[in-house]
Design a protein around this ligand. Sequence first.
Ligand code: HEM
Length: 122
Amino acid sequence: QLPANNNLYEEIGGQQTLSKVFGLALTRIYNDPIIGHHFTGVPKSHLRKHLTAQTCELIGGPCVYQGKDMVDVHTDHNITDKEFFILVEYVQGAMRDIGLTVEQENQILQKLAPLKGQIVYR
Ligand code: HEM
């Protein structure tokens, strides 16, 4: 682990908070009638771990994402723009429900948004 150095990461309560956010978001995502089917056979704990580390790293926390390449894991799913936004809304809703401020929410979403090009189907 690298030393922590980021205000946003510290401010929200670090990995513990991120893990709660993704735990809640993934429960909802796995049950969603439109996007839930993509996750059949994918252990929730696996995604939770990787999403937490990836987001921690993106907001300057002391984590190194050790999951697979974003294009490689998503390409076979032919994910649409609409599906992407459905998932992001669950992440946003979970941040709200866990108690992050709208400003913290937006700062985190701004870091996730640029990944869209690697996730949606072209
Ligand atoms: C900001 C949006 C997203 C982020 C940050 C993200 C991130 C990730 C990460 C970190 C993994 C784990 C990689 C690994 O296994 O090493 C993953 C896997 C996966 N993602 Fe996403 N993802 C996003 C959007 C989506 C969307 C919109 C869908 C589908 C509707 C989706 C479907 C999947 C599936 C099905 C897997 C598992 C693939 C497999 O293990 O074969 N993702 N994603």
